[in-house]
Design a protein around this ligand. Sequence first.
Ligand code: 13P
Ligand code: SF4
Length: 350
Amino acid sequence: MLEHSQISEPLKVHIKELVDKAWAVRHPERTESETRALKDQIKQKLKQHNAVLVAHYYVDDELQDLADESGGCVADSLEMARFGYNHEADTVIVAGVRFMGETAKILSPEKRILMVETEAECSLDLACPIEEFSAFCDQHPDRTVVVYANTSADVKARADWVVTSSIALKVIKYLDEQGEKIIWAPDRFLGGYVQKQTGADMLLWQASCIVHEEFKSEALQGLMKQHPDAKVLVHPESPAAVVELADVVGSTSQIINAAKELDAQKFIVATESGIFHKMREAAPGKEFLEAPTAGEGASCESCAQCPWMKMNDLERLDKVLTDGSNEILIPEEVRVKAERSILRMVEFNK
Ligand code: 13P
Ligand code: SF4
């Protein structure tokens, strides 16, 4: 398997600085009654502005609950965009990270798309800057360019296909059967997993998710020994050695469904910890354990929490609804090209 050279040191330092900045964000403390009052106020403002809240599974429980209670949705990255597209609201408010807001705008240009927090980044998106990526694609004009949804609008516009983790395997299998050679970006672990499963000829960009790369296979094996009756659910952004131990590998929605459908009472889950909220709702009475993010004695860097997802909170949402800030805007020529690459996946999925 061919691989693109590593992400540059200055870019790694930049990403680390943004991670530290995200962790430094402090959320105001509230009593239960203050939280209730704030949620009621937000619900009123959502109605007043004909706005709908769409949230990812990784944001805080209270934002997930508010999205559900106010007629919005909690979903994986693709379903969030689909929901916004099909909804009659004029304004869609995205609780998640920036690429999710951009995807919503790409698919719904006539709607006003607001982010709860525009500084909510994603390490995969950050580690795939358009200039470098475009130059890399130019060096391999014979290859079909497939990018993961966790990328900027510019990178999506440069691609032939956009895929999410739920459909990556099927699309690459199809392209391989057509005899196409592929450039894959940005997630090296998801790319490596897909390459291994399909045997496709893939050039892999070398970015990773700072949350999923922390899952450790040795410690996971230890936990599996302690709980031999548990099934292991893994998001494919995790390292190969962790993915190999999985009973089910899938997107956030797919592993929630697996927790519901599988005939097991106990699960070890390797993905961002925000997912447990919906998993417990989907499969009440079942037991969920976090996959280890560090080996014996080591300190865990992320503890299975995405610092950028955790920037989203009720106070920021309330502010955005009050002042209309954090609007996502995309130049039309970029949007149209990015839309074409996303719609290819949507059509393929039908
Ligand atoms: P999903 O598309 O599975 O929701 O994943 C998005 C993501 O950012 C995973 O880390
Ligand atoms: Fe990006 Fe990882 Fe956060 Fe998902 S969990 S948004 S892939 S940094």
